[in-house]
Design a protein around this ligand. Structure first.
Ligand code: FES
Length: 167
């Protein structure tokens, strides 16, 4: 063995260092993938993440309740008179009706009282919570406490003129 065999080529060393680093990072990523993937929502959770609603089945003046992520969601098909009345702002948490709807005919709200979480019942002009008497109008805005806030408007979008997807 000559002394020349012990000389290390710096370019070769850099190349080996790069290959080792890339392989190490890639191996760590491959090894971590099952763990990272296990934190993604399962199939049944994803299937409940959105709820599709066919609005054709809800007549004017009618209300339909659907489940979305384990919560009731009220969908109210408002008529012209109800829409007009909702232009008034006599609520505890004033928010203009047009900021709570995408189409004035359709109100979509989570049906959970913002006081302590009971499900309000449909009343003549909105909803009334039987637990402690809170009332909401046809825009889901609280008109009588003790509920402190309006009914929540969930994320939703129209996928056609008569179909929405909540979530
Ligand atoms: S939970 Fe609705 S008023 Fe208290």
């Amino acid at each position: 063995m000559s002394g020349k065999d012990n000389v290390v080529n710096p370019e070769r060393r850099n190349f080996l260092g790069t290959v080792t680093t890339v392989a190490g990072v890639g191996g760590a990523a491959v090894a971590a993938w099952p763990f990272v993937n296990s934190m993604n929502p399962s199939g049944d959770v994803l299937s409940n993440a959105t709820t599709e609603v066919d609005l054709k089945n809800i007549p004017e003046g009618g209300m339909h309740t659907v489940a979305w992520q384990g919560k009731p969601v009220f969908i109210l098909h408002r008529n012209a008179e109800e829409i007009k009345k909702m232009q008034e702002l006599s609520t505890i948490e004033p928010v203009a009706d047009e900021k709570r709807v995408q189409d004035p005919k359709w109100l979509v709200v989570v049906g959970i009282c913002t006081h302590l979480g009971c499900v309000p019942n449909r009343a003549e002009n909105g909803w009334k919570c039987a637990c402690h008497g809170s009332q909401y109008d046809d825009s889901g805005r609280v008109t009588h406490g003790p509920a402190p806030h309006n009914l929540e408007v969930p994320p939703y979008k129209f996928v056609s003129a008569d179909k929405i997807v909540i979530g």
